[in-house]
Design a protein around this ligand. Sequence first.
Ligand SMILES: Nc1nc2c(ncn2[C@@H]2O[C@H](COP(=O)(O)OP(=O)(O)O)[C@@H](O)[C@H]2O)c(=O)[nH]1
Ligand SMILES: [Mg+2]
Ligand SMILES: [Zn+2]
Length: 347
Amino acid sequence: MLRDDPQNKSQATPPAHSGAAGQLRALGWSEYFADQATSASLSQTPPVRIIQVHRNTLHIQGVDLDMIIQGLQGVTVGDWLLFDADAPRNSQLLSRKSLIKRRAPGHDRKEQLIAANLDTAFIVTSCNNDFSLARLERYVAMAHEAGVTPVIVLSKIDLATKARAFAEQAQSISPQISVVCLDARSPEAISLLSPWCQAGQTVAFLGSSGVGKSTLTNSLAGNEAIATQDVRASDHKGRHTTTGRQLHILPSRCAVLDTPGMREIQLTDVSIGLEETFADLHALQQNCRFNDCAHNTEPGCAVQAAIASGAIDVPRLQRWLKLVAEDAENTKFLANRKLRDRAKNKP
Ligand SMILES: Nc1nc2c(ncn2[C@@H]2O[C@H](COP(=O)(O)OP(=O)(O)O)[C@@H](O)[C@H]2O)c(=O)[nH]1
Ligand SMILES: [Mg+2]
Ligand SMILES: [Zn+2]
């Protein structure tokens, strides 16, 4: 009699893949966000996710809701809002699970929000001239700092003769990071990435232009039409001209963010990310006699000692020191700028 038993939850609640719960889950909704709202506020101001940020508008999606609204300050793609339909400006931004940001290129050096609430960042590079260990380390530090799992994806293995050498180099960044080698156009690519692309997850492809990010997004989506279908519904014109970052909801109910290539990623506020990415070097420097040791000619420098004994890879050490210096400089610059802005805004 299980069938008619109203107490039986699995019968009483709709399956998780249909209805409101299923729609929200496909968009990436989880307890982390639900815990920030009361059920009353959820019914008055339903949760919506920012799918795409345009110059002056936002594309949002929620349960049976797909629309373009006026832009809001300080939000980015992937953010969750408690949407106030009567006064969209009053919509509440939910606290983020993760946030990827960089210092914008150019002289104004503003902090630029890249994406919020990602679970996994696929850092894509191809097995050719695009491959740069220093750039991969940058992305990995950025992901660690953001609280996002980095996965290194090496594309175009079909064109490479030394794919394995590239993979070994990438793996040298950390044994804890997964390194996946693939041909982005092959059907296999989907199954190789599937461990990170389960229902309810949000993943993003980061990396230079031309490495296969859009190809992978389309592979995951099954076909190109599905990847762009959500845009077409509400923004017919923009269908083939997506230049910004856009979240695609896949049939497998995973949210995927394809990003345009970022030519430059300047680090800011990533001291923790750097510590995680270069954990061994960070631990080593704790043994220097002076805690502000520059690891040059100071007596009792554990780093110099490790170089002398051949225990560390010098080019890697140099890349680390460079990133630490860059992060410190940018972080200081932005902190000063925030202070100046605050002083200016004082009555
Ligand atoms: N042979 C080969 N070509 C690829 C691979 N990944 C991407 N491409 C090609 O490289 C070009 C750029 O790919 P695209 O996905 O647009 O790169 P994106 O700029 O990172 O989005 C396209 O012509 C793809 O077909 C791969 O793994 N193998
Ligand atoms: Mg692309
Ligand atoms: Zn030292």
